[in-house]
Design a protein around this ligand. Structure first.
Ligand SMILES: Cc1cc2nc3c(=O)[nH]c(=O)nc-3n(C[C@H](O)[C@H](O)[C@H](O)COP(=O)(O)OP(=O)(O)OC[C@H]3O[C@@H](n4cnc5c(N)ncnc54)[C@H](O)[C@@H]3O)c2cc1C
Length: 382
């Protein structure tokens, strides 16, 4: 008989990085919190979440350059967004091991935008500097990469190590983490009932941190949150990438559509190239890499990191949750009692900690002050 899950104050559905951060902050505030995750391997190094699959670049704002962010959101909102992200990175750095500094490399036409990116970045209050092609190549152990922008406020971490630290801290603070518990239905009455194959449980409030799994659970998310597959190629450890020889290397390029990072044991992980399929991998929920995307990543790996590509290269994929306007959903849903903390697309590591802080403050009855364009209400009517 599976263990029954006792009733709690707050249940968090989803135990990726956003759910664990919510659980950690809530438990520290004395709230009785349970995290329910469908995956039997949840909270461990072999979990199927996007959080485990991710590369671990912690990029201030988005992987896009800031002049593009400013064009999309306007200068004021871009500033608010960046300061939200800055707060988030600072919070995360208090909880998990993180190296500071990050590189956004230019490829092709993007190179011509780097100077504007540097200027707008400064106007937005984000320190950054131009790196020459040589500086970039030397820092990454690569060939053929263009110049780039160095952003000291960015960071890099090992996702498996970071998630283990979050799970351990959440448990130590009193949160209960339940793996292998898929929530099949949510019923909101006097209290909230969560239906699972192993039996029901009750809570007073619910945090939705289940990313692209949410539309199946709550009709409010239909048409607002959808899956997007991201592929990864991983090389076997190589002597020239051993941490003793070079620090953890990582960067993004092509407006964030390519990224890479070395692993703590000296392998290299390369991700992105969704543009190799006409639908940009939208709607894909199978964690099986698309051969076209894989071929594009393989080409990039061979051309740029030929030395790494000589050994065995393994392919995998993860599924990210995107919103229709590419901004996360943070805060109460219409009708109350259900709170969203999802939709982090490809920037969960740089946004989710501030989002979890806001969710916690809201649940504690405080009135958190944060950008309206992150609140779920912005999408009412869509
Ligand atoms: C290949 C790849 C590379 C990436 N690289 C980066 C990067 O370098 N930097 C960065 O910031 N971001 C990156 N991302 C994006 C990042 O991984 C996400 O933004 C982040 O992990 C989202 O975290 P989450 O907790 O919202 O979702 P997830 O980590 O996906 O967690 C959601 C959890 O919900 C659970 N769940 C779903 N449905 C249910 C249900 N019905 N009941 C119970 N549980 C349920 C799932 O099992 C899962 O564990 C990358 C993603 C991928 C796939």
């Amino acid at each position: 008989m599976p263990e029954a899950i006792p009733a709690c104050d707050v249940a968090v559905i989803g135990g990726g990085l956003s759910g664990l951060l919510c659980a950690l902050y809530l438990a520290r505030a004395g709230v009785r919190v349970s995290v329910l995750d469908a995956d039997p391997m949840a909270f461990g190094p072999h979990a199927s979440s996007a959080s485990v699959a991710s590369l671990g670049l912690v990029q201030l704002g988005t992987a896009e350059h800031p002049h593009r962010l400013a064009h999309a959101l306007g200068l004021d909102r871009a500033k608010q967004y960046l300061s939200f992200s800055q707060r988030s990175i600072a919070l995360l750095a208090q909880e998990v091991p993180m190296q500071r500094g990050g590189l956004r490399v230019g490829i092709g036409a993007e190179i011509g935008e780097l100077e504007e990116a540097v200027t707008v970045s400064e106007a937005l209050g984000v320190e950054n500097s131009l790196w020459t092609q040589d500086q970039v190549s030397q820092s990454q152990g690569s060939v053929g990469l263009g110049p780039g922008r160095y952003v000291p406020m960015d960071g890099r971490l090992d996702p498996v190590q970071a998630l283990a630290a979050l799970a351990e801290k959440a448990r130590a603070a009193g949160a209960h983490l339940w793996a292998g518990r898929r929530v099949q239905a949510v019923e909101v009455n006097d209290s909230i009932t969560l239906r699972m194959e192993q039996g029901d449980t009750q809570c007073e409030l619910l945090v939705y941190a289940a990313s692209w799994g949410l539309p199946a659970l709550d009709a409010w998310f239909s048409g607002k949150l959808y899956p997007v597959r991201a592929a990864v190629l991983q090389t076997e450890p190589a002597a020239h990438r051993r941490p003793s020889r070079s620090p953890l290397q990582g960067a993004s390029a092509q407006y964030g559509y390519l990224s890479w990072q070395s692993t703590p044991v000296g392998g290299l992980r390369v991700s992105g190239a969704r543009w190799a399929t006409p639908h940009m991998e939208t709607g894909e929920t199978e964690r099986r890499p698309n051969p076209k995307v894989q071929a594009a990543l393989q080409g990039f790996l061979q051309k740029t990191f030929a030395q790494d590509a000589q050994g065995v290269v393994t392919a995998s994929a993860g599924i990210q949750g995107y919103t229709c306007d590419n901004l996360p959903l943070v805060g109460p849903l219409p009708g109350g009692r259900r709170v969203a903390c999802s939709g982090f697309a490809d920037t969960g590591w740089s946004l989710a900690a501030a989002a979890a802080e806001i969710v916690t403050q809201g649940i504690l009855g405080e009135r958190p002050d944060y950008p309206d364009f992150l609140k779920p209400q912005r999408l009412v009517g869509i």
